[in-house]
Design a protein around this ligand. Structure first.
Ligand SMILES: Cc1cc2nc3c(=O)[nH]c(=O)nc-3n(C[C@H](O)[C@H](O)[C@H](O)COP(=O)(O)OP(=O)(O)OC[C@H]3O[C@@H](n4cnc5c(N)ncnc54)[C@H](O)[C@@H]3O)c2cc1C
Length: 469
């Protein structure tokens, strides 16, 4: 885009929606031109902050007419580079569109603008005894629009499923400026294609979400958390089976390796709640038993886990403060590993029944040639979802590190394909994982995805280069 085209487009946008909606301030360009991904340099031309759906429509219409590319941007916590503007695009930030309507407690829904912060929605709905059960560590910054565009997962998928399950209606603006109102607040609506689904998890490549009607559920009863030390990953799976068969309602089952725990303890200055050192750790969250009998049952269940040799140590949180302290150990892993240096990371998933076989096969494929590059593994193991992180060893330069880590990737993705796994469980493809898509999608699927993109955005101006080129 030449500077005269950009000047003309920005002038048109200012005249159409207001001069204060546009920024070319250097700090804004850096802040809003990037997401959480550290792998790319932000290089947007301008940032536009619309205040309503109509303004989004006017902005997109102007950009479409002039052939200017647009990157939709939410809370910028994405981990795949989906909201990165690296090529002179205009960033459309939904930050100022954060209105939340009143909770409809009969239908158990709330309608919010796309820029509403996830945690703000939790707080507003909790006051009515309800919740939108999409929950993870970045909820204090992420937007509802970003959660929907990434079909976010998180720590309670085992209980509630993915974001897709909790979206009733969407207002979406196409690159042409056309506004779609999809499904309103209907629970049932079998009238042919459900177009709403096309915008969930497609990372802002097909349309800009401006408003959503979210389905709510009752706020869970008070939960409690146990933390276990285990000898190895086989025992983690044994414990998972036991937890599933127990009389308790499991709301989270998360794992982290010793290396991950050490990183959190060191970087965040937290306390190890267990008396001894183990190779693997599990955080188990359940709805808190209400009667004395059930509490006794829980104590007995924990003792049985220890007696049977599945777990080496265990602790049950005794107060809401201890619940928080244990959750901090799990939620602090990603950030703490980042503090230790450059991290090469992946977010993979497998059918649960194949996870153990995959890990063993991959371990065998790595053999001894990658010593000093052991992966740090943690994540939502109850959903078959592992975050695999490799840290750059001290003394190794970055190109060498990336070259070796890519060798490990090649072994991992070949094994993943064998077990019908996914190269991206919940973070999306964005810019970061485009080259991996072929491991999870067939050529026919790729062709259909391109055709769909062409229907919604024939000029390829909305988030171009994301998911595929
Ligand atoms: C510490 C940490 C922990 C995390 N834990 C999890 C986790 O457990 N599970 C999980 O799933 N994710 C997790 N994430 C990733 C991230 O928080 C989610 O992907 C989140 O849903 C992104 O929301 P966002 O508003 O920040 O989106 P952004 O990063 O701003 O954007 C993400 C994508 O959505 C598009 N987009 C944003 N808004 C819109 C819109 N209104 N319309 C159309 N497209 C739009 C962008 O173009 C981009 O492609 C974590 C991130 C961090 C930093």
């Amino acid at each position: 885009m030449t500077s005269s085209v950009l000047d003309q487009v920005l002038e048109e946008i200012k005249n159409s929606v207001g001069r204060d909606r546009v920024s070319i301030d250097a700090d804004d360009l850096i802040t809003y031109g990037r997401d959480w991904t550290k792998a790319y340099a932000p290089k947007p031309s301008a940032i536009v902050f619309p205040r309503c759906t109509q303004e989004v429509s006017q902005v997109l219409k102007i950009c479409s007419a002039q052939g200017v590319a647009v990157v939709p941007s939410g809370g910028r916590t994405g981990l795949a580079g989906g909201a990165m503007a690296t090529n002179g695009e205009i960033v459309l930030s939904l930050t100022r569109m954060n209105h939340m309507a009143d909770v409809d407690s009969i239908a158990q829904t709330i309608t919010v603008e796309a820029g509403a912060i996830t945690e703000a929605v939790h707080q507003k709905t909790a006051a009515q005894g309800l919740t939108w059960p999409v929950d993870f560590a970045s909820k204090g910054s992420s937007h509802i629009g970003g959660n929907i565009a990434t079909n976010a997962g998180g720590v309670r998928v085992i209980r509630y499923g993915l974001t897709r399950n909790w979206v009733l209606g969407l207002k979406v603006v196409l690159m042409s400026g056309e506004i779609l109102d999809l499904n309103g607040s209907l629970e049932k609506n079998n009238t042919g294609f459900d177009l709403r689904q096309a915008f969930i998890g497609t990372e802002g490549t097909l349309g800009v979400i401006t408003e959503a009607t979210l389905k709510l559920t009752r706020l869970p009863a008070e939960s409690t958390v146990a933390f276990f030390g285990l000898k190895d990953l086989d025992r983690v799976f044994d414990l998972f089976l036991r937890a599933r068969k127990s009389p308790f309602l499991v709301t989270a089952f998360e794992c982290l390796s010793r290396g991950c725990l050490e990183a959190v303890l060191e970087v965040q200055g937290l306390r190890d709640p267990l008396p001894s050192v183990s190779e693997q750790y599990v955080l188990l969250e359940i709805e808190k038993p209400q009667s004395a009998d059930q509490l006794e049952l829980l104590d007995q269940w924990l003792l049985d886990c220890l007696d049977s040799g599945i777990t080496e140590s265990a602790t049950l949180a005794q107060s809401p403060k201890e619940v928080q302290e244990i959750w901090a150990l799990r939620e602090g892993v990603a950030e703490s590993l980042g503090h230790r240096g450059r991290v090469h990371k992946h977010d993979i998933s497998l059918p649960l029944s194949k996870l153990q076989a995959f890990l063993k096969d991959w371990g065998r494929a790595l053999g001894t040639q990658y010593q000093g590059m052991e992966p740090y593994i943690f994540g939502h193991i109850g959903d078959g979802n592992l975050h695999v992180n490799v840290l750059q060893p001290k003394g190794m330069n970055s190109p060498e590190f990336e070259r070796i880590a890519e060798g490990m990737d090649a072994e991992m993705f070949a094994t993943l394909k064998k077990y019908q796994g996914s190269v991206s469980a919940e973070h999306g493809i964005g810019l970061l994982k485009k080259n991996l898509l072929e491991f999870s999608k067939t050529p026919v699927e790729m062709q259909l995805m391109r055709s769909l993109k062409n229907v919604f955005d024939p000029k390829n101006l909305l988030n171009p280069g994301k998911i595929f080129d």
